[in-house]
Ligand binder design. Structure first.
Ligand code: PGA
Ligand code: ZN
Length: 421
């Protein structure tokens, strides 16, 4: 049972404060978990509690969340059975008492929820992915590696936030990592040759001086070939335009504010995606329409849903309620899963389950503000998700997740599978 819970404020990969929770069980087992943080957050996400004192870390300290863990959560969970994760998460939700976790803070709740799971796995002597997923968890996810960072994640004059390479044609997970990393290095060489800049964005991808999706995708094709692969054979592409960020709700139009100021209704944006998908091997588009633009999402799904995976991130915010609405409206065909959007492990797993039962594909995801905690890697395997996006092949906050998956691949040995979702 749970004996002690503590929390502390540390830093995330952007140098902003974040919360770490630490759980100690009766037998002395201690485990920790760190909470990530987004930049292009969905408005329906659970609340991340910050202190708001502008004189300290620009208002971003998490002292209140730390106090909530120590003064409110710790006494409520003390003596409870850590193996009963759903009960623990239920207690957390009751204690909070709000719909969006604004009382305790989703950061306080998630830190504790994840640390409890990790402590339980450790007490049982099981790898975390095995504890979370059981004996059927053996699918290593295809990496969606964000190698070009635009939008809210860099100063590049690019409206679309993410351009990912997807080494889906690799025979194993470790080969997928090799194909991807080699392409990343080839991309660096090309950027240097063309004087486009090799600085990195928040997710470890380059942030070059390019302003259109066509230019980026052409460059990615060249990088794939330079690395000795063929676009559409070993390596595919995916995009996260994160279009909520350039949607203008007052006019219902999408505006390319960071580049050429182009303005267009959803139908034209969808036409643009269609053209790109015709020219380039794009197999997945995330948040192609904005979080509250359900009409735009219906157009997008009607026009592209047969051909391309359409992932809801800001749209669903890992929340079963929003996913249910999407299922009813026949919108999107995949969901992005970010545990801190919903705030507990059990609710995260509930959303994954709901998605799978309704034929939606599942992609596990980091946040743009990450930590060195590789929990996500275990969660991806536990869910047999088959897909993970956790940044580029630079910055240890990103690479750490891939490295953990390489360890899991080794641990699974012959039982491990790769590449089908
Ligand atoms: P965020 O971006 O972590 O900044 O929200 C990631 C995403 O949009 O997928
Ligand atoms: Zn997204």
């Amino acid at each position: 049972s749970i004996q002690r819970i503590r929390a502390r404020q540390l830093l995330d990969s952007r140098g902003n404060p974040t919360l770490e929770a630490e759980v100690t069980l009766e037998d002395g087992t201690t485990a920790r978990a760190m909470v990530p943080s987004g930049a292009s957050t969905g408005i329906h996400e659970a609340l991340e509690l910050r202190d708001g004192n502008p004189a300290r870390y620009g208002g971003k300290e998490v002292g209140k969340a730390v106090q909530n863990v120590q003064r409110l959560i710790a006494p409520a969970l003390q003596g409870r059975e850590a193996l009963r994760q759903e009960e623990i998460d239920h207690l957390l939700r009751e204690l909070d008492g709000t719909k969006n976790k604004s009382n305790l803070g989703a950061n306080a709740m998630l830190g504790v929820s994840l640390a409890v799971a990790r402590a339980s796995a450790s007490a049982l002597g099981l790898p975390l992915y095995r504890y979370l997923g059981g004996t059927g968890s053996n699918l290593l996810p295809v990496p969606f590696a964000n190698v070009i960072n635009g939008g809210a994640h860099s100063d590049a004059p690019l409206d679309f936030q993410e351009f990912m390479i997807v080494p889906r044609g690799a025979p194993t997970f470790s080969e997928a990592i090799r194909f991807g990393a080699e392409t990343f290095h080839a991309l660096r060489t090309l950027l240097r040759e063309r004087n486009l800049g090799t600085g990195l964005g928040d997710e470890g991808g380059f942030a070059p001086n390019l302003s259109s999706a066509e230019e980026v995708l052409e460059l990615l094709c060249a990088a794939v070939e330079r690395a000795g692969y063929t676009p559409g054979k070993e390596i595919f592409f995916a995009m996260d335009p994160a279009s909520s960020e350039f949607f203008d709700p007052s006019s219902g139009a999408y505006v390319f504010r960071k580049s050429d100021q182009r303005r267009m209704p959803a139908i034209h944006l969808v036409e643009y995606y269609k053209e790109l998908a015709k020219r380039f091997p794009i197999l997945s588009i995330e948040d192609g329409a904005a979080e509250n633009d359900w009409d735009g999402w219906q157009i997008l799904t009607r026009e592209l849903g047969e051909k391309v995976q359409l992932v809801g991130d800001d749209l669903f915010v890992t929340n079963p309620e929003f996913l249910r609405k999407g299922i009813q409206l026949g919108v999107a065909n995949a969901i992005l899963i970010k545990p801190n959007q919903i705030g507990t492990l059990s609710e995260t797993l509930e959303t994954v389950d709901l998605a799978k039962r309704n034929g939606y594909a599942v992609m596990l995801s980091h946040r743009s503000g990450e930590t060195e905690d590789p929990f996500l890697a275990h969660l991806a395997v536990a869910c047999n998700a088959g897909q993970i996006k956790t940044g580029s092949f630079a910055r240890s906050d990103r690479v750490g997740k891939y490295n953990e998956l390489l360890r899991i691949e080794e641990d699974l040995g012959k039982d491990g599978r790769f590449g089908h979702w």
